[in-house]
Design a protein around this ligand. Structure first.
Ligand code: SF4
Length: 265
């Protein structure tokens, strides 16, 4: 029998990705897209990643109804500088009836605008906000250009209060406070809260010039994905209807991995 590779990363959620820009102002230290851009020489230095540029053909003339949920974006974020074009793009892909998973480290200004402008498509949209810690120190270290915890939390509350379907990705989980984080987020998530590990930091995180402080943050993230920590989260959260485990944690917990791309469970 053929041994199919198990879906990991964004493939656990959706099979179709959409992006309108290159680079990302959030400049996360663990960014997979930045790592790939450097590896394939699409950018010369890591700092080039900060220069977010719209693709010239970012809004297609026609967009068809796809078979499956579209995840937008996957290799950048929706920041105020590309908000207008993001709304035009989303309108284009929602119009033919597509379902869209909007993934973001959310700026309140952007979420307020999306909620207002896309209200006719509410039933087709699921928001997924990335929140890997409630500590602003931790978030600032790993995701220096992204909004702080309060702004992400308020964005989640806003989307929820406007009647949108909401979910949270606590991946990468950046410290061990997963249970408290889950309980903070739970009242405003209607769909799911995902826990998952910081993956492949040896390849993806540039540690040039690091000292004690930087390694302390790495140690927190390593502790967050230690098998004992993951088993503890599982013990406390396993019966929560909203909890979902990313593949990195499923392996530790010996939960069966997904068999198909985009199952989002
Ligand atoms: S928000 Fe996403 S795309 Fe942007 S730098 Fe962070 S990980 Fe990369």
């Amino acid at each position: 029998m053929e041994n199919k590779p198990k879906p990991t990363g964004t493939k656990e959620w959706t099979s179709i990705n959409a992006n309108i820009a290159r680079g990302c102002e959030h400049n996360c230290r663990y960014c997979y897209a930045k790592h790939m851009a450097l590896r394939f020489k699409r950018i010369k230095t890591a700092d080039d990643w900060l220069n977010m540029e719209l693709k010239h053909d970012c809004v297609p003339k026609h967009y068809s109804n796809k078979n499956g949920t579209i995840m937008f974006p996957t290799t950048h974020d929706i920041t105020p500088s590309i908000l207008d074009k993001s709304i035009v793009f989303l309108d284009k892909i929602l119009k033919p009836g597509n379902k869209v998973l909007i993934v973001s480290k959310p700026h309140l200004e952007c979420i307020a605008s999306l909620c207002g402008k896309l209200k006719d498509y509410k039933e087709q949209i699921l928001f997924r906000f990335t929140i890997g810690s409630y500590s602003n120190n931790v978030l600032k270290f790993w995701e220096p250009g992204a909004p702080n915890f309060q702004e992400r939390y308020t964005s989640l509350m806003l989307a929820y209060s406007k009647g949108y379907k909401t979910s949270v990705s606590c991946e990468p989980l950046l410290d061990i406070h997963a249970v408290k984080l889950f309980n903070l987020l739970k009242p405003y998530a209607t769909d799911s809260i995902w826990l998952g590990a910081l993956n492949k930091h040896k390849q993806r995180v540039n540690k040039d010039g690091w000292g004690t402080v930087e390694y302390k943050f790495l140690k927190k993230a390593m502790k967050a994905k230690h098998p004992d920590s993951v088993r503890y989260y599982y013990k406390i959260l396993k019966d929560e209807p909203l909890i979902r485990w990313k593949d990195s944690f499923k392996k530790i917990l010996e939960i069966e991995s997904l068999t198909e791309i985009g199952m989002d469970v």
